[in-house]
Design a protein around this ligand. Sequence first.
Ligand code: TXA
Ligand code: MG
Length: 326
Amino acid sequence: MHTDKLVDEKSVSIAAKLLEQGELVAVPTETVYGLAADARQPHAVAKIFAAKGRPADHPLIVHIAHASKLSDWAKTVPDTALLLAEAFWPGPLTLILEKQETVSDVVTGGHPSVGLRCPAHPLMLALLNELDTGLAAPSANPYKKISPTTAEQVLFGLSGKIAAVLDGGPCEVGLESTIVDLTSSTPRILRAGPISKTQIESVLGVPVDMPKKHNVAVSGNVKAHYQPNKPLYAFSTADLQSRLLSAGENTAVLYFNESLNEAISHTKVVSLKLADNKADYAKGLYYGLFTLDQAEVTEIWLELPPANDEWADVQDRLSRAVTELS
Ligand code: TXA
Ligand code: MG
């Protein structure tokens, strides 16, 4: 199959036609690119699992145009869902709610609940409005690989397996949405993300659970995930500084601390510097890992970012991306 890159003003209509015909189209969102199919066409949704190599019991998020569509997919819409949607949609927050009977088990991986999100990207919103259905879409990467934040990166992983990619430029946020489960009396964060626990608690006015141990039934929560092909080793700033003394040109370094500039300038490593504030670091992280994975090196060294709550989403993704040092 040839994969088209849709870049002009007709792109949204072309993408809509392809999706109506049951084809797969990769779509831009503010977090990462998604691999979309019409959530009302189980045969189309099944193609997502084949293209990604993703296990069939890992549920997909249904992307919707507006909070008013929640009741098309959720059996009941609790006040907590409306409050969170009002505060953060369109935006990087996914709500898990009990599903309507009409929602296919192919979408939910057989789970009784469904993940719903209204994404903040103008092309994606235009597409959703044109379609008047929901789009089931996981991140547009082969299973366990790094989530793509550009159309080119989508093509690198999935070219030939999908009908098209709608090019919406680089993703603004760069890390996957926060997932909140609202199916039980206490809201639970299933995946840390750009909307923090504190932000959610301040809107709901109640404490929210954030289990340290993640549920493996949730695909983004398997231990090895978001992985580059090359081994990725993580070090504190001080450890990285001393290791740089013996680093050769077969090493790539992904760092953020200005204090390492000097040491790096005395080496032949391939290096890429991320921002030292969380939002910009997150925006550049997957792109940086992807770029260094393509470089002529045999391993990647990463400077560990701060281990505080503000960096919880970055820490979570890195803990899965890093190669086990055993
Ligand atoms: O930012 C994002 O969330 C991106 C963009 C494309 O929207 N999507 C994304 O999808 O990261 P994916 O499939 O790579 O990760 C979605 C996560 C998975 O870990 C999945 O298991 C979980 O959401 N999920 C979806 N529906 C669920 C449900 N009913 N119950 C529990 N977890 C669910
Ligand atoms: Mg994913």
